[in-house]
Design a protein around this ligand. Sequence first.
Ligand SMILES: Cc1cc2nc3c(=O)[nH]c(=O)nc-3n(C[C@H](O)[C@H](O)[C@H](O)COP(=O)(O)O)c2cc1C
Length: 362
Amino acid sequence: MANVALFEPLTLRSLTVRNRIWVAPMCQYAITKKDGVPEDWHLVHLGSMASGGAGLVVAEATAVNAAGRISDADTGIWNDEQAAAWQRITTFIHARGAHAGIQLAHAGRKASVWPEWGHDRNGSMLPEDGGWQTVSASPVPFIGLEPPIALDADGIAQLVGDFAAAARRAVDAGFDVVEIHAAHGYLLHQFLSPLSNLRDDEYGGDLAGRARLLLEVTTAIRAEIGDTMPLLVRFSATDYAPGGWDEQQTAIVASWARAAGADFFDISSGGNVAGVRIPIGPGYQVPFARFVKEQANVGVSAVGLITTPAQAEEIVASGSADAVMLGREMMRDPHFALRAAHELGALIDYWPSPYLRSRWPN
Ligand SMILES: Cc1cc2nc3c(=O)[nH]c(=O)nc-3n(C[C@H](O)[C@H](O)[C@H](O)COP(=O)(O)O)c2cc1C
């Protein structure tokens, strides 16, 4: 068997993931009943990637309360009906030998927008169309969207409780991994960045103040999920804007989050400031992952325009990241991990039996 880094198992706390090819969280905007309950689409979408050999399948940004949804077509995990529907999906993922993660999210000032597809509207969904008032660190709107109101102390305490309750439901629904969404300009990122957090109380100001909410969420989730389950945090490493959030702050807060109970960091970028120039290209966020890994001495995954088995292998084998997450390539080819095993000559024992002939000539 070829020595293929991508197919080395990875252990986080008591969980051993079969390989380092992971599915990035991807909102589907596909909830037809607007009730946050995942449907057959989500089973087949996520299930196909588990059948396709991925190690960890991370379900989309899933709201911890109704107001935290990006749109009314998002998934949620704030009630038992949603948790039961997720359980059907985690059961299938497990039957295929993969592990299941869920990204817990609150969209903050980027909530209540029209879903990405299925109509010809965009921007904020107003209350008369079924939208709702958004919240954030400060009453500063994201360009083009309706202004949020600032969360007060009670609102913050409630939010931390909602993240913890969602994590408890995630455990009950059979998820193996929880990921906190602190990236892409959503609520926790809005608190982290000095461009969106103008508070003068203990949740704003210096880095410790801006990171306080994320650390409280991390601590509360860890208390809820116990000692054995891995906890990931997704960061945007930079706002790509002067005076904004950047990779140095990311590395410092990652080390604080580690001390608060997080294990591993999923490093993305951008999303909090509209109109910035992002140097997009193959693997463009990998250097951020490597930076956080080296500076904070933590495990990381890299994401962003990773599209070929050889490229993914180089990222892990060179030590830039401990795992790769793939988004759009996984949607084009949910069997990417099987294809990678075939192309890279890795012998794996989790080809689905009905697909065994496609291993040839390995
Ligand atoms: C349709 C779609 C939905 C996405 N939804 C989420 C999400 O729910 N949470 C998140 O953190 N990132 C989300 N992303 C970003 C991806 O996780 C990933 O970081 C990004 O697509 C870059 O990786 P890629 O080049 O492999 O697609 C989404 C991307 C796409 C294409």
